[in-house]
Design a protein around this ligand. Sequence first.
Ligand SMILES: *Cc1c(COP(=O)(O)O)cnc(C)c1O
Length: 222
Amino acid sequence: MSIAENIAAIEQTLTGTAARLVVVTKTHPVERLREAYAAGARIFGENRVQEMAAKQPELPADVEWHQIGQLQTNKVKYLAAFVHTVQSVDSLRLLLEMEKHAAKHQRVINGLLQFHIAQEETKTGLSLPEAEEILNSEELKNLRHVRLTGVMGIATHSPDEAVVRGEFRQLRQYFEHLKGRYFAQDESFREISMGMSADYPLAVAEGSTLVRVGSAIFGSRG
Ligand SMILES: *Cc1c(COP(=O)(O)O)cnc(C)c1O
């Protein structure tokens, strides 16, 4: 199937749900991103800073660029002029760096707190106490150019649906807890980014608002 057909098929499954599609474009050349754009995709996810910064000027300005891979503080400056959302916020230090660079460009960057929900040790992300430590810090109250808009997580790569579903449910519970405790009056804290090619239907069933799908659209990255 073509990129357009794959996007249409996924959009079909999202109709009537809370979820929007983030097209994960990492490793793919700009022509394929243009194809996705022509098929209606407007939210693109990349995990490497240099790659996103190189592609961004080649696409129309109404694309929302989401950083989905770990972001080193010394690279924030390359994204600050255009990135819409950093989905991989894992420290207060990173938020402060985002604030500094977003302020220089007089704009606001959205951030999702990335949680560790998988069994694999290698997957990065915060625990609930670590996230609350960030949210309780004094420095956070002074941020004017960073807005926390929700949470993100990567489930275990497993054929066991019960495991994966349980992890998505866990992330949703973290979201609900933080929403009630820190963001009850803040309508912009509303995103639960979970679900990839292999598991997005489960994530949507568990309340995902952003699914991040790459290989189901473009084929395997080889
Ligand atoms: C690569 C990646 C995806 C997309 O993975 P697919 O299996 O190709 O859909 C989603 N989220 C993150 C964080 C990624 O790095």
